[in-house]
Design a protein around this ligand. Structure first.
Ligand code: ASP
Length: 318
């Protein structure tokens, strides 16, 4: 039994491991671990109190994948329901003929299954961060009036995510039966264009699990992981026979060949079916966490750096 997670999974990994030890499945552990971050008001990149889109609205994305069956459930652009990972899992559990529900449809589904709904998903503190960020972008210090007709194209190019590519949660678990599950949940890029969907709810981009080989989950600039199918690429490299670390390096270095002006950071965690695990990042400070059944608490592990030269001036931190 083993769990790996992005650094912000520390809040949920002990409960997730307890669930595994008590006979819970990898899917249970992933859901439980991620829920802890989704309700954490201090984590501004996942669930409740995440950074909103450019209009000040919080739109959540999440997905979960069962490596035993390759069944998956995902939601995108969901408002008002903090536990996006649980709603995503229900898309899978209710045996819908669908994998991904977005926007009003995801919200309708969440209501229909009785998912927990919270009236206000943002604290005043985060609303103020958003308001100040917008005001700073105008240059005049005035908060612009973003009505339905206000052109937003330039705003989203100007606005910089205050935590840059530092958010989103990844959890991957292997249970007693050797089954693997992977989950991802996020509020997406701060100040994103309304309706923008990242890699987190896209199976193959930000999340992939297959018992036969292993699993991978990403954080970072989702557009890149979508374009390169990063999570699926890593698992496919495993399928081709590459050792885990090498598969990770290949999946990361594929991102260097992407064209265009918007190239930022990428981070991934992955494990193979033998329980080997790895973390890779374009950011030298990035860590991930790991806990196996025989460990009293989780350990923090440094990620291997794979350089990806940034090409988006306002995002280029490292
Ligand atoms: N990957 C997430 C997204 O693009 C954001 C992040 O990891 O910070 O929505």
């Amino acid at each position: 039994m083993l769990i790996i997670a992005s650094h912000n999974g520390a809040i949920g990994i002990a409960d997730a491991m307890r669930a595994l030890k008590q006979g819970g499945s990898a899917m249970d552990a992933v859901e439980l671990g991620i829920r802890a971050a989704e309700s954490n008001p201090e984590d501004h990149t996942v669930g409740y109190n995440g950074y909103p889109n450019i209009l000040g609205e919080l739109e959540l994305d999440a997905s979960i994948m069962d490596g035993k069956t390759l069944n998956s459930g995902a939601v995108a652009l969901m408002r008002g329901f903090p536990y996006a990972i649980s709603v995503a899992r229900q898309v899978l559990k209710r045996k819908l003929p669908h994998v991904l529900l977005a926007g009003p449809g995801a919200e309708r589904f969440a209501r229909e299954i009785g998912a927990e709904q919270w009236g206000d998903m943002l604290t005043d503190e985060i609303r103020e961060v958003w308001r100040r960020r917008l005001a700073a972008s105008t240059g005049s210090g005035e908060t612009p009036d973003l009505t339905a007709d206000t052109p937003l194209l330039d705003w989203v190019k100007l606005a910089t995510d205050p935590e840059r590519v530092a958010g989103t949660i990844n959890f991957i678990a292997i249970d007693r039966a050797g089954d693997i599950a992977a989950g991802v949940s996020t509020s997406g890029w701060a100040w994103k264009y309304p309706g923008r969907i990242g890699d987190s709810p896209i199976i193959g981009a930000g999340n992939y699990a297959d018992n036969r080989y292993g699993a991978c989950a990403c954080t970072g600039m989702g557009e890149m992981a979508i374009r390169a199918s990063t999570a699926r690429s890593l698992v496919l490299y495993l399928q081709m026979g590459l050792p885990l670390r090498e598969a990770g390096r290949r999946a990361m270095s594929d991102l260097r060949d992407l064209g265009g002006d918007y190239i930022g950071g990428m981070n991934l965690i992955a494990l193979d079916r033998n329980g080997e695990h790895v973390g890779l990042s374009s950011d030298p400070e990035r860590t991930y966490i790991v806990q196996s059944a025989d460990m009293a608490e989780h350990e923090v592990v440094q990620r291997e750096v794979v350089e990806i030269p940034a090409r988006w001036a306002s995002v280029a931190r490292k």
